[in-house]
Design a protein around this ligand. Sequence first.
Ligand SMILES: [Zn+2]
Length: 437
Amino acid sequence: MPTHQDLSDAGPGGMPKRAALSAAGPGSMPKGARGSVESAATAAWARQAPTHPQPPLNAPYVLEGATVVLPTGPVQNGRVIIDGTQITTTAPENAPTIDVRNHWLLPGFVDIHNHGGGGASFTSGTVEDVLKGIHTHRTHGTTTLVASTVTGDMDGLVQRAGLLSELAEQGDVAGIHFEGPFISPCRKGAHSEELLRDPDPADVRRLIDAARGRAAMVTLATELPGGLDSVRLLAEHGVIAAIGHTDATYEQTVQAIDAGATVATHLFNAMPPLGHREPGPIAALLEDERITVELINDGTHLHPASLQLAFRHAGADRVAFITDAMDAAGFGDGRYWLGPLEAEVADGVARLVESGTIAGSTLTLDRAFKRAVTLDHLPVKDVVAALSANPAKLLGMYDRVGSLEPGKDADLVLLDADFDVKGVMRKGEWVVDPQLN
Ligand SMILES: [Zn+2]
């Protein structure tokens, strides 16, 4: 058990709000009248224009004056109109306005590979723990999150799939990502070796079924016996087959892509390095336009030059920034359990106690954004694509999330000029109330 259990009892600040909302039944409230929107909008309104009446609760309102990052790039002095849970095109002339000048507005982040946060693990723990982890990442701008599991025994994973699929049905997570047990012992990373197994399609099928239509992705070492058949099975069921924790050659990787794999699980990490005579999986994954490459931009998992190489070679449309976060993300240093393995987190870097292997990250996507823009000097438009649009497209959710466009969910991140989070909205509800100077 995490040694931070005592702290976890306190619960994150936003949880009561959520509980209150679900008790009342969000559907029973008038559009736009959700409690936190009301309080946030009212508070901001009061600061900006104290002599004006409060904005009506059931009418569209406008976030005005920010640099709004659209799929085509940043637009200065832009506006986003919120109507209930969605972004809309027009607002009445007298619509209430929140002045967000000198800020950035980005679409909410989409994390397709995330094992936990806030002291909680998605692989173990109660429903409340999982919700706490989700909430922690939401406060850092991740409004769409796929919950990842680590290697466990099949019965345990099947059981876990049941619990997480219920959270997916409620809309709390966007799907389930099984990382392991079908991975290579040579590239096991922070997965327990004795529980690894070859990707027998029957076992893969068992997980797909247990997830009841909510399996989003399975990471597997496709060179193992049954690997290619498993890739085909996943593709047939609309589940992303991700190549990772793999010891495959270049040729074997090409075969797996031809069989239907579409994602590289944390490119560079847990796979053979690029060699001049043995290019390995990295070359195959980077060069193939059918592949989206996951990158962990935490300053620990990748040298900045490797990040640049991937970004330039794959192109901005084929990169998805992920956290691969474990329990300590948004929480703190200490001892944690990753499935059956114990990890020590020091200075924000998680390592297995026994071997010293890096064990997931403590990254949140707001930090990934800030690093990419300020340290890696990548264009904001490309970074936002890698954090929102590309992963949303992979999940088949781009019609609902992934960009600030009318008709989509009002999922957005408000950043100040230093790229620090000053507000987060999910489906029209402020998860982090806007803090404006
Ligand atoms: Zn992972």
